[in-house]
Design a binder for this molecule. Structure first.
Ligand code: IPE
Ligand code: IPE
Ligand code: MG
Length: 245
């Protein structure tokens, strides 16, 4: 990885991504290394999510999408899923206070109807309370899967066709993307995955078509603001061609 010591937001020459996606991975291994239960790793990861989110807002990132729970994560032991649900509830309550002060708008992407009703109520509360906010948009990907999102969009479009509201021959890529959870938002420019894994794991499949990927051999709870600076510096040094020359 090209190591640059540039500080994000400090140097005019740095190109800031408009939209960053983060796959918050490695909580379980972080805990395992410390002989702690996996839930302790999730707690440390959630704490780090707050730190990194506030930092992104501070340095002027406009959109941040974080992968918190995938459609595949339900396959984990019931105990772990339960611990995650409790943590989400706790952190959403805290986030409500925290992010409101920072003018952050919180949105949820994913099928939240599968979550316990208490959590769903909180999700709605957070979304409504933060809707008037004008700062960074934070998309929380919860029970999110890229394939599920595309399938859902296809169904919604088919329904519009059946109701005479849309015509198949008029569908464009841009038009289709409006049916996605992220409809109306710019695609991610930079996707960061800590933990050493080098895969998308069903994250923003459609939207990541031309995203720059940066992988880190650092577990998510250990991922610091300086690592985010490094990711941005790497992004800034890349040449994006979008198929051109
Ligand atoms: C990511 O950390 C958090 C969630 C998927 C909820 P993991 O729990 O996947 O951590 P590792 O990959 O097992 O270390
Ligand atoms: C991706 O991590 C999902 C989240 C970080 C929420 P996983 O740990 O679930 O992905 P795999 O299983 O390593 O691909
Ligand atoms: Mg993992």
């Amino acid at each position: 990885m090209a190591g640059s010591k540039k500080q994000a937001g400090e140097q005019g020459s740095l190109v800031l991504p408009t939209h960053i996606g983060i796959i918050m991975d490695g909580n379980g291994r972080w805990a395992q290394k410390r002989f702690l239960p996996r839930s302790a790793g999730h707690r440390a990861g959630a704490q780090n999510f707050r730190t990194i989110t506030r930092y992104c807002s501070k340095i002027g990132i406009k959109y941040l999408t974080v992968y918190a729970f995938s459609t595949e994560n339900w396959s984990r032991p019931m105990e772990e899923v339960g611990a995650l649900m409790r943590l989400f509830k706790e952190y959403l309550e805290e986030a409500l206070r925290d992010f409101m002060d920072e003018n952050i708008r919180v949105r949820f992407i994913g099928d939240v109807s599968a979550f316990p009703s208490e959590l769903q109520e909180l999700i709605q509360e957070v979304e409504e309370a933060s809707a008037p906010k004008t700062g960074m948009v934070l998309n929380l990907a919860m029970n999110y899967g890229g394939r599920a999102e595309i399938t859902r969009a296809a169904k919604a479009f088919a329904q519009d066709v059946a109701q005479g509201k849309a015509k198949p021959e008029d569908l464009t890529e841009e038009g289709f993307s409006r049916y996605l959870y992220t409809g109306g938002q710019p695609d991610p420019d930079l996707i960061i995955r800590p933990s050493g894994e080098e895969r998308l794991s069903n994250f923003l499949l459609w939207q990541s078509a031309y995203a720059e990927f940066v992988y880190f051999d650092i577990l998510w709870p250990d991922f610091k603001t300086k690592d985010l600076d490094q990711a941005i510096a790497i992004y800034s040094s890349r040449q994006r061609r979008f198929g051109g020359v």
